[in-house]
Structures are given as C-alpha cells and as structure tokens.
Design a protein around this ligand. Structure first.
Ligand SMILES: C[S@@+](CC[C@H](N)C(=O)[O-])C[C@H]1O[C@@H](n2cnc3c(N)ncnc32)[C@H](O)[C@@H]1O
Length: 272
C-alpha cells in the first residue's frame, strides 16, 4: 500500500522533528520522508501519518522518535573518514598537549562509533607510551540505536578491511565460530571512550572540563542557519583557548557569525 501525507500532516511532523533534533526538512523532502517512513507505518499496522504522529508523540520512552529520526537522517560513517582531521590530531594537537600528556576530545555526533574509535586509534598509535597519557573521549549521538552499536564496538570485518592489517590486529579482536566475520574493538581503545546520549539541541552539554577538540562532522548539514550558529557558538564555550572544532568536509561556517579562526579547511581554532 502506498501512503500519502497531507500538507498539514507533513508540517506537523517536520515541526516535531525540528523542535526535537534541529533537523530542518524543507518541502522538497516530502517524498523522501514518505518513502522512508512508509515501511515503519506498515510494520506498526498504521493507516495514516496522523496515527503515526500520535504514536511518536505518545511514546514516553522516545524510542519511536529515535527510530523515525534514524529512518530520515543518515547515520553513514566510516573509520578514518575525512582523514586529514586525524593527521591534524597527530601532527598538531598531540604535540601541543605533550607537556600535560592530557587530552579531552568530544565526538559529538558519533553515529555507530567509527569516528571516536578512529580518534582513539590515532591517539594510541601516535605516542610512544600511551599508558603515560590521560586520554578521554566523549562520544555522543541523539540516536540511542546507533549509540548502542557504538558502545558494543562490534563491526563486520568488511568495515575495517581498508585499515592496515597490523592496525586491525593491534586494535580489534577477530570473531570465531558464531562470531566469524565480526571484529570487536579491544578494551584499551574502548576504555578511552565514554558513550552518552546528547542532543546537540540541548541548552547545556554534560561537559565540565574544557575540551581540546570537538568533532562535529556531517550533522550540521541537516540544521538551518540559526541552529548552526547557536551550536557553533555553544561549542566555543566548551573548548579551551587554543582548542579546535572540526566540521565535515562538505560543511562550512562561512555564513554564520562565530569567534573561531579558520586555520585549515574545516578546522577552526579558538583563539587565546
Ligand atoms: C552522518 S552521521 C555523522 C557521523 C560522523 N560524525 C561522521 O562524520 O562520520 C550524523 C549523525 O548525527 C546524529 N544527529 C542528528 N541530529 C542530532 C542531534 N540533534 N544531536 C546529536 N546527534 C544528532 C544522527 O543520529 C547521526 O548519527
């Protein structure tokens, strides 16, 4: 059965999504929303988007909202996606932190975890004695579904195939028997990371110590101008002077007002 959405139903759904997540869907996204959510309506045995709206807004656990968001937005990510950021981390950030041997990083829309684990591998592999360092990474996302996957740290072997084999050996356990074809992140990496649900729309973030780097990659494209501006300025207050904000390669802060200095493509520095 093909579902249709009325203009009013679409407006209400978009308003809800925008309010809760900051994701701004324009009218041109109508058919995308219908095609992505139709399967879910069918699974739930619902006949209209009004019924679905009711379902989402009366679900106190928030699970249906998360499901809806997962269907609409993309969780696409990869190990070492946009590798220049990790080069920068190794070549610039780590040396700058070498006196204190302490580093705090936030992967703020971490999806299924490839980004924070890549940060952890980069830090671990770039210093002589990782045990001497105090590495802490906060990995967060709005979606509890992807966050659970991130915290589990289990991936199809295929996902790590493009990494150097010695790196895979160092940081992943290979599954056997029933778990053949899977790899699991080793505890020395997962121990560096705290996973937590954080909505980037929240007024305050659960961060007490000023951060060396915030990764906010490939999520701001879903937000409108004002939401981006508010968020980037909020990040500024959580980053220590001399710290950095990394954004996705297809994103830009060109049109928004913020106090960061652009020092390399998609890399911004909070000036002292
Ligand atoms: C395309 S993934 C980006 C993953 C990773 N940062 C990367 O660049 O590979 C976008 C993620 O943003 C998350 N997201 C969307 N809206 C959010 C919000 N308001 N707060 C936190 N995360 C959000 C989605 O759940 C999704 O996992």
């Amino acid at each position: 059965m093909e579902f249709t959405i009325t203009a009013d139903e679409y407006r209400r759904l978009c308003a809800l999504i925008y309010e809760e997540s900051g994701i701004a869907l324009g009218e041109q996204k109508t058919s995308l929303v219908v095609s992505r959510l139709s399967k879910r309506l069918r699974e739930l045995g619902l006949a209209t988007f009004t019924e679905y709206y009711e379902k989402v807004t009366t679900d106190r656990t928030g699970e249906e909202f998360t499901r809806m968001l997962d269907l609409i937005s993309t969780n696409k990510t990869d190990f070492f996606r946009e590798p220049k950021h990790f080069d920068f981390l190794r070549e610039r950030v780590l040396p700058e932190c070498s006196r204190t041997k302490r580093i705090r990083i936030w992967s703020s829309a971490c999806s299924s975890g490839e980004e924070p684990y890549t940060i952890a591998m980069t830090l671990y592999d770039s210093v002589e004695n990782p045990a001497e360092w105090d590495f802490k990474i906060l990995a967060s996302d709005l979606s509890t579904r992807v966050l659970a996957k991130a915290a589990a740290g289990v991936y199809d072997e295929e996902r790590v195939r493009m990494l150097p084999p010695d790196m895979v050996k160092r940081h992943f356990l290979k599954g056997r028997g029933e778990r053949a074809g899977l790899v699991k992140v080793k505890p020395h990496l997962s121990g560096m990371i705290q996973f937590r649900r954080v909505n980037l729309m929240d007024e305050r973030f659960p961060i007490k110590t000023p951060l060396d780097v915030v990764f906010c990659r490939n999520v701001m494209i879903y937000f409108d101008h004002d939401t981006q501006e508010t968020l980037v300025n909020k990040f500024h207050s959580y980053i220590k002077p001399g710290g950095y904000l990394f954004i996705g390669h297809s994103e830009s802060l060109q049109w928004i007002t913020h106090p960061f200095k652009l020092i390399a493509p998609t890399i911004y520095r909070k000036e002292t």
